[in-house]
Design a protein around this ligand. Structure first.
Ligand code: MF3
Ligand code: CO
Length: 256
C-alpha cells in the first residue's frame, strides 16, 4: 500500500485530532489511582467523546476476520497485559502499571497515542521499564527528524531499548496514520533488513515502542484482543502520532 503524504491543511486537522487524544490521556493520567475501576476510565472517555462529538477508530475495529469488532473506544492493559486490553471491571491497586491507548476521529482524520502510568508507588523495576519505553519513543521521534529512511527510526528505537536488557516486542509496531488509523508503512521497533520508505515532509506516523521486562513472547487471550506476556512479566507501551515537517523537528500531534 502506498504512503499518503499529508498537505498543510490535512495536518491542521490532524493536529486537532491528536490534541483531543493528548488532552483525554492527560485527564486519564490524573484519574489513575489505587481503587479506581478500569471501567470508570473507559466511562470517562465515552462521556468526553460524546460531549465533544469525537469519533473513535477503535470502536468496532476489526483488522481481520479472526478479530471480533473491538468493543471500546480505549485499550486499557494492566501489568502483564501488553496492548489491546479490553476494559473490564478491575480495581487498580498500588504498584500496578496501566497502559491506556486511545484514538480519535475528528473531521475525518485520526489521532492515536498511548501512555503507561504507575498506580501510586511502583517498584523500581516498573519505573525503569516506564522510563526506558518512554525514552525509546522520544529517541524514535528525535531520529525521525534526521532519518533518511524508515530503517533509521527503527534502529534508533532498538538502540534505546537494548542497553536495558529488556525485550523488544516483535510482531506489533507503529504505522502510518491519516483518514485510517493504520496506513502504510508498518514500523517495527527493531532493525529491519531493508531501508524502508524515505522520511519526508508530510509523512504522519505513529511510533509505539513496546517493551517487556522478561522474555519477548506474547499471546492473544480468548477475548480475541488482549495481548499478554507469556512469562507473566511486566510490559509497557507508549505511542505518539507525529508529523514530519519541512526544516523543523517532527511535530508531536498527540500532545495536550
Ligand atoms: N492504537 C492501537 C494501534 O495502534 C490499538 C488499536 S486496536 C483497537 O494499533 F482495536 F483498539 F482498535
Ligand atoms: Co497505533
Amino acid at each position: 500500500m502506498a504512503v499518503k503524504l499529508k498537505s498543510e491543511s490535512e495536518m491542521r486537522i490532524m493536529r486537532e485530532a491528536g490534541q483531543i487524544v493528548g488532552q483525554t490521556l492527560a485527564a486519564l493520567r490524573e484519574k489513575v489511582k489505587p481503587g479506581v475501576d478500569v471501567l470508570e476510565l473507559e466511562a470517562f472517555v465515552d462521556d468526553e467523546y460524546e460531549r465533544r462529538g469525537v469519533g473513535s477508530p477503535f470502536l468496532d475495529y476489526s483488522p481481520a476476520p479472526k478479530y471480533p469488532p473491538y468493543p471500546s473506544r480505549i485499550c486499557i492493559s494492566v501489568n502483564d497485559e501488553l496492548v489491546h486490553g479490553i476494559p473490564k471491571h478491575r480495581l487498580l491497586k498500588e504498584g500496578d502499571i496501566v497502559s491506556m491507548d486511545l484514538g480519535s476521529v475528528w473531521k475525518g482524520y485520526v489521532g492515536d497515542a498511548a501512555i503507561t502510568v504507575g498506580v501510586g508507588k511502583v517498584s523500581a523495576q516498573a519505573q525503569d521499564l516506564i522510563d526506558v519505553t518512554s525514552q525509546a519513543l522520544a529517541a524514535g521521534i528525535e531520529a525521525a527528524g534526521k532519518a533518511k529512511h524508515l530503517s533509521d527510526i527503527c534502529a534508533a528505537i532498538e538502540d534505546a531499548i537494548l542497553p536495558s536488557g529488556y525485550s523488544i516486542v516483535r510482531g506489533y509496531g507503529g504505522h502510518g496514520v491519516g483518514r485510517s488509523m493504520h496506513e502504510a508503512p508498518h514500523i517495527p521497533n527493531h532493525r529491519i533488513r531493508f531501508k524502508g520508505i524515505p522520511i519526508r515532509t508530510g509523512l504522519v506516523i505513529a511510533l509505539e515502542p513496546m517493551v517487556i521486562v522478561g522474555g519477548p513472547e506474547t499471546y492473544e487471550c480468548e477475548d480475541g484482543w488482549t495481548v499478554k506476556t507469556v512469562d507473566g512479566s511486566l510490559c509497557c507501551h507508549f505511542e505518539h502520532t507525529i508529523a514530519i515537517r519541512e526544516g523543523q523537528p517532527p511535530e508531536v500531534l498527540t500532545l495536550p
